[in-house]
Design a protein around this ligand. Structure first.
Ligand code: THU
Length: 143
């Protein structure tokens, strides 16, 4: 049985947004000119930001979400209670397929993934809505 994760508070949402917007300003995106920021709330209530870092060898660039998750792991965090992604433009800046899987490693199906623009949160999805029928660490334990 999956126990539902407690919802995040307004203060946590606001702190995630601030951290992700600050991170977006530090993005290194000279090729796409598309800056993205992300922030992960861990099981201890700490927030870990990340930004996209592009590379002249294009495929070597990394997404904001991956950077934020790496920062969480480095700080000793092991659970993502919520993830927020912020970017500019008309369309919702939802995580790419690879990042959905990266989030999956540290999340549960009901983990909220908040999508924001500079003005605030625009949409919230559960991880399961973004990555249904996903493969994760439990599959390896049961094999
Ligand atoms: N990007 C992210 O960092 N996260 C997303 O959720 C979507 C895309 C980055 C990758 C690349 O540096 C730029 O945005 C354009 O795709």
């Amino acid at each position: 049985m999956t126990i539902a994760a407690p919802p995040i508070t307004d203060a946590e949402r606001e702190a995630l947004l601030r951290a992700a917007i600050d991170a977006m300003a530090r993005a290194y995106a000279p090729y796409s000119n598309f800056q993205v920021g992300a922030a992960v709330l861990d099981e201890q209530g700490r927030i870990h930001p990340g930004c996209n870092v592009e590379n002249a060898a294009y495929p070597q660039g990394v997404c904001a979400e991956g950077g934020a998750l790496s920062a969480m792991v480095l700080a000793g965090g092991r659970r993502a209670r919520a993830v927020l992604v912020v970017g500019r433009g008309e369309g919702l800046v939802t995580p790419c397929g690879g990042c959905r899987q990266k989030i999956r490693e540290f999340a549960t199906p009901d983990t909220p993934v908040l999508i924001a623009g500079p003005q605030g949160v625009r949409a919230t999805f559960s991880l399961d809505a973004l990555l249904p029928h996903s493969f994760g660490p439990e599959h390896l334990q049961k094999a």
